[in-house]
Design a protein around this ligand. Structure first.
Ligand code: NAD
Ligand code: TYD
Length: 342
């Protein structure tokens, strides 16, 4: 099976490629990545060494129809899994243009080429954030696939737009699109602008930890390997036209997560700073993944506290990885975004 994976040098895509190549000896993987600030080929050094014959990296923009068209003609893909995206909410608040380009136009380009070339399967990776926000008070409520899309950030609006394009391609052309929507991932190789690796790096450096607002916002955390197993199941068994929610059974407030990181580092709460809230900050996400459980056999396996410890152990062992990717443009963004907050 010849599979196009987009955004495979990012956090989740790199973990997925590793899982796919280890679990399917017939898979030939083409990883198309633009290598933005978030794309790091070193995330797959082990894979490119172990699977020389079955893994190829192509640097390209998924919204570049000419470059992507050449690749589709050459490679004759059997399936496409679309991870490529601009993925950070705070960046989307500062500048939404790259989010519209990659997340919407990029997806439309892939949908058109996949249809033109008769590719049999298309799995689009989306997020719980497309559903908007749940109130903290209604603890028993969780997002279902049938819920309306009510995105609140430029990031989530661009992801919801892509989901709607996938839906339209299925309804209009009978196109075999499958959408997966997952909660917050954590694990190795996450870019250290996201909550867990960011707070860990700051705690190690004894720098203040900027918690937005009251810190009571709740996210459902899933280990990246559990998410990737769900995506693989969707690729193998998903129903064309279906949407599948994935969740981790681990709702935690941001303050709980930050305190757990401080405790891992042997530090106390005095480093926590409550700073100006993120505009449009969603209060709570929670996922009902019963459809994925019933149809795909999906079940998250990692206990959050154990998974968090293992993840922080990974960052502790791989300080060089973080230092290598956090420089230049990344530091400028931090300066602009947190400068006025801290
Ligand atoms: P990431 O930012 O770590 O990686 C994104 C990758 O896409 C990078 O390698 C980047 O270089 C590449 N990319 C960006 N623009 C591109 C373009 N125009 N053409 C080709 N490649 C491009 O993101 P992630 O956290 O790994 O997220 C992957 C996917 O999963 C995204 O679609 C995201 O919306 C979704 N998702 C993420 C989470 C999460 O918690 N991180 C949760 C649910 C869904
Ligand atoms: P993030 O990792 O950016 O994921 P998302 O916004 O997609 O859920 O943030 C997770 C939560 O942590 C979110 O509620 C925002 C909060 N947060 C902070 O309080 N401070 C920070 O410096 C960051 C990066 C996030």
């Amino acid at each position: 099976m010849r599979i196009l994976i987009t955004g495979g040098c990012g956090f989740i895509g790199s973990n997925f490629i590793r899982l796919l190549l280890h679990s399917d000896s017939g898979a030939m993987v083409y990883n198309v990545d633009k290598l933005t600030y978030a794309g790091n080929p070193a995330n797959l050094d082990d894979v490119s060494a172990a699977f020389k014959e079955r893994y190829r990296l192509i640097r390209a923009d998924i919204a570049d129809a000419a470059a992507m068209g050449r690749l589709f003609r050459e490679a004759c893909f059997d399936a496409v899994v679309n991870f490529a995206a601009e993925s950070h909410v705070d960046r989307s608040i500062v500048d939404s243009a790259p989010f519209i380009h990659t997340n919407i136009l990029g997806t439309q380009t892939l949908l058109s080429l996949t249809r033109e070339h008769g590719v049999g399967r298309f799995v689009h990776i989306s997020t719980d954030e497309v559903y908007g926000s749940l109130p903290l008070e209604q603890k028993n409520r969780a997002f279902k696939e049938s819920d309306p899309l009510e995105p609140n950030s430029p990031y989530s609006a661009s992801k919801a737009s892509a989901d709607l394009l996938c839906r339209a391609w299925h309804e209009t052309y009978g196109f075999p699109a499958i959408i997966t929507r997952c909660s917050n991932n954590y694990g190795p190789c996450q870019f250290p602008e996201k909550l867990i690796p960011f707070m860990y790096a700051r705690a190690c450096a004894n720098e203040p930890l900027p918690v937005y607002g009251d810190g009571k916002n709740v996210r459902d955390w899933i280990h990246v390997e559990d998410h990737c197993k769900g995506v693989l199941l969707a690729l193998q068994k998903g129903r064309p036209g279906a949407v599948y929610n994935f969740g981790g059974n681990a709702e935690r407030s941001n303050l709980d997560v930050v305190r757990a990181i401080l405790s891992y580092c042997g530090k106390n709460d005095s480093l926590i700073r409550h700073v100006k809230d993120r505009p449009g900050h969603d209060r709570r996400y929670a996922m009902d993944y019963s459809r994925a459980a019933e149809e795909l056999g999906f079940a998250p396996s990692r206990d959050f506290e154990q998974g968090l410890t293992a993840t922080l152990d990974w960052y502790a062992r791989n300080r060089g990885w973080t230092e290598h990717i956090t420089s230049g443009a990344y530091l400028n963004f931090l300066q602009d975004w947190y400068g006025e907050r801290l």
